[in-house]
Design a protein around this ligand. Structure first.
Ligand code: SF4
Length: 101
């Protein structure tokens, strides 16, 4: 869809800002939703410093799942601080917390 839109508008690299605004408006019109990036950042439990994905939950999930990991916000607070986002650690930590191990 976005590629088709770019083709239709004769997209040039120097028009990035304009295209992003247009795409955002188009997405809002189509879905009735906008990204809650500031609200996501305010309630994000991840303490990893300087991450560019913080608040962009879809990118965060995509990034970690690509590595068979999960986002920091799904880990208990003390486990989150280890920065081990692996599925193995997630299962281990929650199994202990829930008394399954
Ligand atoms: S969980 Fe990972 S991708 Fe998400 S904000 Fe934290 S460090 Fe960034």
């Amino acid at each position: 869809m976005l590629i088709a839109l770019r083709g239709l508008l004769g997209y040039r690299p120097d028009q990035t800002g304009f295209i992003v605004i247009l795409e955002t408006h188009l997405e809002i019109a189509m879905t009735g939703r906008i990204c809650n990036v500031q609200r996501n950042k305010d309630r994000c439990g991840c303490t990893y410093p300087g991450c560019s994905r913080q608040g962009y939950c879809c990118d965060c999930i995509h990034y970690h799942w690509k590595h068979k990991e999960l986002p920091g916000c799904l880990f208990p607070e003390d486990a989150e601080k280890t920065y081990d986002r692996s599925l193995k650690y997630f299962i281990e930590v929650w199994s202990k917390k829930l008394g399954k191990k």
